[in-house]
Ligand binder design. Structure first.
Ligand SMILES: [Zn+2]
Ligand SMILES: [Zn+2]
Length: 250
């Protein structure tokens, strides 16, 4: 399995990265986890515009899903249209919500380009991947994902506060993409986001092989996020996500 970070900027695009988007590849199949603002552009540095086979959305906050709208244009009106529909696994109501964001009537909405599938907790197959979705701890319906293929595994937190479900999803994974949106402060909001320390604590409990801190908010000093992760009791490698970084899990 190959994992490419397309976008890792938290809440909005930063100068060096789009918002959340991760490309997973196995056996020639290409799966996107989230499709946040700006990621459709950077994605084209790595694969052809039309080579996306499936998309999973953690939740419907703008920084995780809005480039579905631009991709609808590409697949509906591109030079060889119509292109095969891409399945989009997302919280219920995603088709209606994203059609509204685009400014499209509910019928046909974005269904000329996509088949929306409502997520529920549990495991399912997408191409060569076994994907497990679990509800995490964020103010709207939000899923963390675990994806396995060929004996390798990756977990992605989505947006979440502290979450036992996230530890279960990341259990024993080779690579753990965990959000670290907050810096430490005395009264952290609950059920929203994690700090670097909390991300490392989740990685330690899960026994993940490598921790990549992501959803890095542009107004924060990211080296401080990394410093804070060092206090989380995790003894594996920790690094900051970077748009364009590639992890070959073999
Ligand atoms: Zn977010
Ligand atoms: Zn969010």
């Amino acid at each position: 399995m190959k994992v490419t970070i397309i976008g890792c900027s938290g809440s909005f695009p930063g100068p060096d990265s789009p918002a959340s988007c991760y490309l997973l590849e196995a056996e020639g199949f290409r799966l996107l986890l989230d499709f946040g603002s700006g990621s459709l552009g950077a994605l084209q540095r790595h694969i052809d515009l039309y080579d996306v086979d499936a998309i999973c959305l953690t939740h419907l906050h703008a920084d995780h899903c809005l480039d579905i709208c631009g991709y609808h244009v590409a697949r509906t009106y591109g030079p060889a249209a119509p292109y095969p529909k891409v399945p989009v696994y997302a919280p219920k109501g995603a088709g209606r919500r994203l059609a509204a964001a685009y400014g499209m009537p509910e019928e046909p909405g974005l269904e000329t380009a996509f088949d929306f599938v409502a997520l529920t907790p549990g495991a399912f197959e997408i191409g060569p991947f076994t994907v497990t979705a679990g509800l995490v701890n964020h103010p709207v319906e939000t899923y963390g994902f675990r994806a396995e293929s060929g004996g390798r595994s990756v977990a992605y937190s989505g947006d979440t506060g502290e979450s036992g479900e996230l530890v279960r999803l990341a259990d024993g994974t080779d690579l753990f993409l965990c959000e670290a949106s907050f810096l430490e402060r005395p009264e952290l909001p609950q059920g929203l986001h994690l700090t670097g320390r909390q991300a490392a604590e989740h990685a330690a409990k899960a026994g993940a092989g490598r921790l990549v801190l992501t959803h890095l908010v542009p107004w924060h000093d990211r080296l401080r996020v990394l410093d804070e992760a060092a206090s989380g009791g995790y003894d594996g490698p920790i690094e900051l996500a970077r748009s364009g970084a590639v992890y070959e899990l073999a």
